[in-house]
Unconditional design. Structure first.
Lengths: 347, 109
């Protein structure tokens, strides 16, 4: 391979690799990776490994990267914010590879007169014999014909190797692929929620719930939130309070007792806390709720198992929308889980 | 420069560079999908070393195809690994709604 092509493809490969690390959008990272692998495939082809080069493009740049991009799109991954990186991680991430590279350079520079690639010797290849003295690449085979024509039968040689010396590993790999397929199906299968008494629970909880939020505060909040509820909710801690459907009326309505803030006034969010209560539960224990969702729920004023267990169907619809996923609350059966946890807690 | 063919050293250095970049990505990035891509890059860098050695070590006038067989198997295993790994990431995302490694601290003691 003429040096100019080597440098071109090597530069493409390294630049693509750098972009994978530096791009903050995962889709850009994935596409830069395709670029990097095309450069790598160019290097393979320059090394007379035509089959491996094509395989690199087909499998990596084709299949694997499409899979990556598919998953990224499926998950709706957001662009990483600036400053989300830890300085320690960045320092380590620069220092450790640099040390590695310096070591490599030390070793490589100690080698003098590093050779260029030797010429392929077709005559010597044709003359290769097995242990019993017969020709390795027999007369009349494709490998033999190509070698006589002074060409490198790369794919044929790989096939020859694969089905002679590497027959057993090939079959092991086949089993591995089968296992991987089964594993993928098992992993991506949705776990079916146990349909225990879901109906009963939701029916019970139809009764309007009493809000625990202190009434004086509620009134204040309603007034405050009246102009632009949504932004306030995002900004302030008091946002735990309900997003009211008719803010002006709500604000005017005198609220004397805690029980005044009922289901409807809460905009279908059921019972909520204005601030973190002392007996706040670890919602993460409910399967389907992680740290992120717990934080969101706390933001909406949900802190205890009891609150979750008491959700009505409207509440579920409301939170489905607020947490921007459809059907998850029912699918993972949060209500039953929360009810069980609440029973355990109070027992 | 135009006549001289690249030497083995140059290939090894290019491969080491790609490996180092992949390693840096694994350490620095927080998005688990990008980390996974960087891992793939490190595997590919190892493949380049194998192919280079295969070409420079002639056996009977031909490149040493044992090296390329290993690359063939690496690519196969990597494809299986990506499929399983991405399935794990998807189920992780379903359970936790995040792919940021900083938010995945359930195993922290």
């Amino acid at each position: 391979m003429p040096s100019i092509l080597f440098y071109l493809f090597a530069a493409l490969m390294v630049a693509g690799g750098m972009m994978v690390v530096l791009m903050r959008n995962p889709v850009s990272s994935a596409l830069s990776m395709v670029l990097s692998f095309i450069g790598l495939a160019g290097l393979f082809i320059g090394l007379n490994a035509y089959f491996v080069g094509i395989l690199q493009i087909l499998v990596y740049a084709g299949a694997i990267m499409v899979l990556f991009i598919f998953i990224i799109m499926l998950m709706d991954v957001k662009i990483e914010e600036k400053g989300s990186l830890k300085p320690a991680a960045v320092a380590a991430g620069v220092a450790i590879p640099l040390i590695l590279l310096m070591q490599l350079m030390g070793v490589l520079s100690s080698i003098e007169n590093s050779p260029s690639a030797p010429e392929i010797n077709h005559v010597a290849a044709l003359a290769q014999t097995n242990d019993d003295g017969s020709l390795t690449y027999k007369e009349g085979t494709m490998i033999n014909k190509r070698l006589k024509a002074e060409r490198l039968p790369d794919t044929h040689l790989i096939g020859y190797k694969l089905f002679t010396d590497y027959n057993f590993p090939l079959q092991v790999i086949a089993v591995l692929l089968l296992v991987a397929t089964v594993g993928c199906v098992t992993l991506s299968k949705k776990s079916t929620p146990k349909a225990v008494n879901k109906k009963q629970i939701t029916q019970q909880k139809r009764i309007p719930k009493v809000a625990i939020a202190p009434p004086e505060k509620t009134k204040e909040e309603h007034k405050k939130e009246a102009p632009s509820e949504q932004s306030k909710i995002a900004k302030t801690k008091e946002a735990n309070l309900p997003e009211s459907q008719k803010p002006t009326e709500e604000a005017k309505a005198p609220q004397t007792k805690p029980s005044d803030t009922t289901n409807e006034a809460n905009g279908n969010r059921g019972m909520i806390y204005a601030e973190r209560p002392d007996d706040a539960d670890d919602l993460k224990i409910i399967s389907g709720i992680g740290p992120v969702i717990e934080k969101k729920l706390n933001g909406f004023g949900i802190y205890t198992y009891k609150q979750v267990a008491d959700w009505s169907e409207e509440n579920i619809t409301e939170f489905d929308g607020l947490l921007s996923f459809k059907g998850r609350i029912n699918r993972d059966d949060w209500l039953t889980q929360a009810a069980e946890l609440y029973a355990q807690k109070s027992a | 420069m135009f006549e001289i063919l690249p030497s083995l050293n140059e290939y090894l250095f290019a491969s080491g560079l790609l490996f180092a970049i992949g390693l840096a990505g694994v350490i620095i990035r927080r998005n688990i999908i990008v980390i996974f891509m960087c891992l793939e890059m490190m595997l590919a860098a190892a493949s380049l070393t194998l192919v280079a050695f295969s070409r420079f070590n002639m056996v009977g006038g031909l490149p040493d195809y044992d090296g390329q067989m290993l690359v063939f198997f690496i690519i196969t295993v990597a494809a299986a690994e990506v499929a399983v790994g991405l399935a794990i990431i998807v189920s992780l995302y379903r359970a936790r709604q995040t792919v940021n490694t900083d938010d995945l601290t359930s195993l922290r003691g």
